[in-house]
Design a protein around this ligand. Structure first.
Ligand code: F6P
Length: 369
């Protein structure tokens, strides 16, 4: 029989994004107002579970945070309790399983379930606790929109809004100076941000990880526009985009992180190549973390509230270990373990790729590749 839920913990794990506070607010308020639960905030994701930094949340604590960026609980994208990384005296990284320490802290605070707000890394972390008998409900977060099982994650809409605004601004300066301008956006191994913001801003070229690009093709496209009297070109490139036959460009490797590869640099690479091969003056901009910060757009506030409410409902309906998801326009739930170690990338025949191509957007390859 499912355990009666009286006290729940809530944590935000992985890279932050806009809308985290809106979920914390929705979880806390609906748990307290609708079900009389006690809610405990765990600080800095799984790190707070390891270090026993857990505090009770009241409605007052979450009042006024709906529109705030970031997370009042803090987050960490470096902590996986089953492989907890520390440096020894020689500066070498050692990894230990500290799951039992976390289980003691969960027991100490008498938490009956955890609401785990995060992306694929956080859901994999939750899977470890589920295997140790802890009931976890997941809430899908990430600007990358790559979490398996849901059509959309909160934070994505805001990131696209920021990227679209940047591309619009780049558009006007590119036109004034008759330049090619490359804008590198985030997204890891999925091109959702580049695809959506590229379409929204009318970018001429969109480069995404799912379609390795041909540099000759990109340069010919830029030169072709110039020949037809279009004296500027806007290129939206996802940080994970790869030249055909090449590798992803890595900015940094962080051995203390469960996700050690930090992508970055493809925007500069593409800009340098265009200028060198075509002689057309080219500049690049990297948007970086501004896509994650700031106030969430209305769509993310709504989604975050729906997800937070649904997470509490799912727990109270006695459904253990679920991930609340959006499928079509309906919020529902799936087995949280089904999202473990999987990513949702863009299929080549996605309708948005077809729509973009239909208005003349290039993906840096011959059509059909
Ligand atoms: O997963 C979200 C994300 O912003 C990715 O788009 C990006 O590759 C990564 O996190 C950056 O991580 P960090 O904040 O560690 O630099």
């Amino acid at each position: 029989m499912a355990k009666t839920i009286k006290r729940i913990g809530v944590l935000t794990g992985g890279g932050d994004c806009a809308g985290l506070n809106a979920v914390i607010r929705a979880v806390t308020k609906s748990a307290i107002f609708q079900h009389g639960l006690e809610v405990f905030g765990i600080e800095d994701g799984f790190l707070g579970l390891v270090q026993n930094r857990i505090r009770q949340l009241t409605p007052d604590d979450v009042s006024g945070i709906l529109t705030q960026g970031g997370t009042i609980l803090g987050s960490s994208n470096k902590c996986n309790p089953s492989e907890f990384a520390t440096r020894n005296h020689d500066g070498q990284i050692e990894k230990h399983d500290v799951t039992n320490r976390c289980l003691d802290h969960i027991d100490h605070h008498r938490l009956d379930a955890l609401v785990v707000i995060g992306g694929d890394g956080t859901m994999s972390g939750a899977a470890n606790f589920i295997r140790n008998g802890i009931n976890c409900v997941g809430v899908p977060k990430t600007i990358d929109n790559d979490l398996y099982g849901t059509d959309v994650t909160f934070g994505f809409a805001t990131a696209c809004h920021v990227a679209t605004d940047a591309l619009d601004r780049i558009h006007t300066t590119a036109a004034s100076h008759h330049r090619a301008m490359v804008v590198e956006v985030m997204g890891r191994n999925a091109g959702w941000i580049a695809l959506h913001s590229g379409i929204a801003s009318g970018a001429d070229v969109i480069l995404i990880p799912e379609i390795p690009f041909d540099l000759d093709n990109v340069c010919e496209f830029v030169k072709g526009r110039s020949r037809y009297g279009k004296r500027f070109t806007i290129i939206a490139v996802s940080e994970g985009a790869t030249p055909q036959g090449g590798e992803k460009i890595v900015a940094e490797v962080d051995p203390t992180s469960p996700d050690p590869i930090k992508l970055g640099g493809v925007g500069k690479f593409v800009a340098d190549q265009i200028e060198e091969r075509s002689g057309i003056e080219t500049r690049y901009s990297v948007l970086g973390h501004m896509q994650r910060g700031g106030t969430p757009v209305a769509e993310d506030r709504v989604l975050a509230t729906e997800f937070g409410y649904a997470a509490v409902q799912t727990l109270m309906e006695g459904k253990p270990n679920r991930l609340v998801v959006m499928q079509g326009r309906t919020v529902t739930d799936v087995d949280i373990l089904s999202a473990e170690n999987k990513q949702r990338t863009i299929p080549h025949d996605h309708p948005l790729i077809q729509a973009a191509r239909s208005v003349g957007t290039s993906f840096g390859v011959e059509t059909g590749e």
